[in-house]
Design a protein around this ligand. Structure first.
Ligand code: ZN
Length: 491
């Protein structure tokens, strides 16, 4: 089985600087390797890596709100538009709900080839699409090329993406404590929107004029009905029922002004996610028309990450992190969760003693990034690697892409739209591409450093506040990075 790490050394190592076997294909800056602390050797042992990643993920050492990535924020309009389009395409390829890891997240990329485009996509698993799913994708492309009505395209998408769509609908309803068994019929005006303000009247009039709601129905009643409809959807619901909910969400989030100002941002975001299904149909159809419509040459290829691998790790956060002391015997194991970890990481989960199986997988955006990076030539080098994601990237993927971007020209970096910044347990480190080994080394050093901080804090050698500058990513910063207005320090 292929190792996700660069080396397979399980023997104790000392903290000696190691020589870096790096040949950088493109480097507009010198990495300050001498200032790095070399922890990557310890983490090249898979057992140590898995346990440390598991332990760190459970300390929530870097709790922060999700955000758009800096590279996305600073990208020009055309690049942003392209990334958004790729995000949208990913939506059409999510065949499973969130509890089914294998096909529940998707990343996409696009390569312009002579006479057409190739769309690539990946899941977190190496499972190939079924013949039915392949048939669905081929038919979808044909429908876009033939410019068939948007509603018909959406009806084609719904049966294959039903699990995820229904989940998204139910998530909105759940915000108001409505579900399929509790519809709260006694409540009206869930959104609490005032009907005496101009935005309300304007929206109601527009929706009536465009026949999204009946002349006699108030906006407030229509919104309540929409919510209960969304709550009632199940995997057994018909395409027609789901279609109605998605179309109304589309209307609320695109054709009427003002809704964004009338509801709370989390509600708005959930409505957007439902409306997106139709919106992306509209946009993709337009794009396909501009590249030739029925004569456009569009191919779709699934990319495969390494197989997902299940590993046993220590369930207890303390025990998982303590594998560190097996490589650094001078580090006596942490003994007390409350005083040595919880005090410094208030969100840390203790975990039970014993073993736990965790599935490690290479996340889809990294599979796409690696594929596109491999295709880069001297000519395409300055062009950004645009990656679409069905959901924001995790902390580790974001970290990896930032380390990778340090080796690429400013205009040629990997761009994903956003990161939710959660520390995802079971994150598999990708095998480095030749010439880009330093990326893996830096990320491993960063992970090792965070484990070391946990030990230092636990043993009172370091106050959390002292570690803040390093906590914020000094291992992956350099002066030039900090001076670049279009790059942010790692966090
Ligand atoms: Zn990730």
């Amino acid at each position: 089985m292929e190792s996700p790490l660069e080396q397979q050394s399980g023997t104790p190592v000392t903290r000696q600087p190691v020589s870096q076997p790096v040949s950088q294909p493109v480097s507009r800056q010198t990495l300050h390797n001498e200032s790095l602390i070399h922890y990557h050797q310890a983490l090249s042992d898979r057992n140590i890596f898995n346990n440390c990643l598991h332990g760190l993920s459970n300390t929530n050492f870097h709790h922060a709100e999700g955000t758009d990535t800096a590279v996305y924020r600073m990208a020009d309009k055309a690049v942003k538009k392209h990334v958004n389009m790729l995000d949208g395409l990913a939506l059409f390829l999510i065949f499973r709900g969130r509890d089914r890891k294998d096909q529940s997240v998707v990343a996409t990329g696009m390569i312009r080839e002579t006479g057409g485009v190739k769309i690539v996509y990946a899941n977190n698993s190496s499972r190939p699409a079924s013949p039915e799913q392949k048939g669905y994708i081929d038919e979808l492309i044909e429908k876009f090329k033939n410019q068939i009505p948007v509603n018909d395209i959406l009806k084609h998408v719904i049966p294959f993406c039903k699990e995820k769509i229904v989940q998204r609908c139910k998530k909105l309803a759940a915000k108001f404590d409505i579900n399929s068994t509790t519809l709260r019929e006694d409540i009206s005006n869930f959104y609490g929107i005032r009907s005496d303000i101009p935005e309300y009247t304007e929206m109601e009039t527009t929706l009536r004029d465009q026949r999204w709601i009946q002349k006699t129905t108030s906006l407030s009643t229509a919104l309540d009905t929409f919510l209960r409809y969304a709550a009632k959807l199940t995997q057994l619901s018909t395409t027609k029922d789901i279609f109605a909910v998605l179309c109304f969400a589309y209307a609320l989030t695109t054709i009427t002004p003002g809704m964004e100002n009338l509801v709370e941002p989390p509600i708005w975001r959930r409505m957007i996610k439902m409306g997106d299904y139709r919106k992306i149909c509209v946009r993709t159809r337009d794009i396909v028309r501009t590249i030739g419509g029925s004569s456009a040459n569009i191919t779709v290829e699934q990319l495969f990450p390494p197989d997902e691998l299940e590993y046993e790790v220590h369930n207890s956060t303390l025990e998982a992190l303590n594998t560190w002391s097996t490589v650094y015997p001078s580090e006596s194991p942490l003994q007390d969760f409350e005083s040595q970890l919880k005090e410094y990481y208030p969100d840390a989960k203790e975990g039970q003693s014993g073993e736990q199986k965790v599935l490690f997988s290479q996340h889809c955006e990294l599979t796409v990034a690696k594929y596109l990076l491999r295709l880069k030539t001297a000519i395409t080098l300055p062009k950004p690697i645009e990656i679409g994601c069905s959901k924001a990237s995790c902390f580790w993927c974001d970290l990896y892409l930032k380390a990778l971007n340090k080796l690429l020209p400013i205009s040629g970096g990997a761009i994903t739209r956003a990161t939710h910044r959660n520390l995802c347990d079971g994150w598999m480190m990708p095998q480095a591409l030749p010439g880009y080994e330093i990326v893996n080394i830096e990320v491993l050093d960063y992970i090792g450093y965070q484990v070391q901080i946990a030990f230092d804090c636990g043993n009172n050698r370091r106050r959390k506040s002292d570690s803040l500058p390093l906590d914020r990513g000094a291992l992956l910063q350099d002066d030039e990075m900090q001076n670049e207005s279009c790059r942010e320090a790692i966090f």
